[in-house]
Design a protein around this ligand. Structure first.
Ligand SMILES: [Zn+2]
Length: 274
């Protein structure tokens, strides 16, 4: 049995949730009961819950993420998604302050929203996150929709931000996939930059076995390049990747057991203060 913390989970009860098609692809019901059951069965003791995207282009309101976390009775903790308008950034900050004991971080949806990581609209969030030691997670790499903006979701766009804000904890979601080598350099270069391995595989497909092996090799190489697994965080991006497939990816990695333990739970416990 594994012990793990899943730092990247989505959930809603909305029919227009864009991630429902991944749930269907993976044979998942996409409900709180199912999620908590899967976590329990696979040894995932805690998880971070993030707003899923809606078909309309927006996100599930953060208030609903907070409500779902409360229903989970301490298993799920909220991460507040920040959209790039002054009004929404202010609301996100207010919500984080009001729910200080529960909120474990912020998320910015690079590639989906009309803003780069360095946009001034996020400065207030970065100030607060830096002062409170709260990580900011960034969607990076491939986008789930074909109209995403890859120039803005490229992980290297975070280098300038990390240079300018050395104390800000940055989490590069999905390991910047497919720019995993660039992500390896970022986690090696910056003391407070981390990367999660969530949502890297989905469904089946003719080459799913070979793809999992390829991704595991790239992740292993990133660990060698960074000199250890201290900066790599386990996550599923549920319902995009099932828990068992996320664990398979880690088991395929050619790394020391102590590094795998760090990846599976130790790092997230420290970085998010869980
Ligand atoms: Zn996600």
């Amino acid at each position: 049995m594994n012990r793990a913390i899943d730092c990247h989970i989505h959930l809603s009860r909305r029919p227009d949730d864009l991630l429902r098609r991944y749930a269907e692809l993976n044979g998942l019901k996409y409900s709180l009961d199912e999620l908590l059951g899967e976590m329990r069965e696979s040894g995932v003791e805690r998880g971070l819950l993030l707003s899923p995207p809606m078909e309309s282009g927006g996100i599930l309101p953060n208030e609903e993420v907070l409500a779902l976390c409360r229903e989970s009775r301490g298993i799920l903790s909220p991460v507040i998604t920040v959209e790039p308008t002054r009004r929404e950034a202010k609301a996100a900050l207010g919500l984080a302050e009001e729910n200080r004991s529960e909120v474990k971080g912020f998320k910015v949806r690079l590639g989906y929203v009309d803003a780069a990581a360095e946009s001034p609209v996020f400065e207030g969030i970065y100030d607060y996150a830096e002062a409170q030691g709260l990580p900011v997670m960034f969607h990076t790499g491939d986008t789930a929709t074909s109209d995403g903006d890859l120039a803005r979701s490229h992980p290297l766009t975070l280098d300038a931000l990390a240079n300018r804000r050395e104390e800000l904890k940055i989490v590069i979601c999905h390991f910047g996939n497919p720019w995993m080598e660039d992500t390896a350099e970022l986690i090696y270069k910056h003391p407070k930059v981390y990367a999660d391995i969530s949502g890297l595989t989905t469904g089946g497909g003719a080459y799913s076995g070979k793809l999992a092996a390829l991704l595991a090799r790239k992740l292993s190489e990133a660990v060698y390049f960074a000199g250890g697994g201290e900066k790599v965080l386990f996550g599923t991006d549920y319902p995009v990747t099932r828990h068992r497939h996320a664990f398979e990816l880690v088991s395929l990695m050619d790394a020391d057991e102590s590094d795998k333990e760090r990846i599976l739970w130790r790092n997230s416990k420290e970085v998010f203060g869980l």
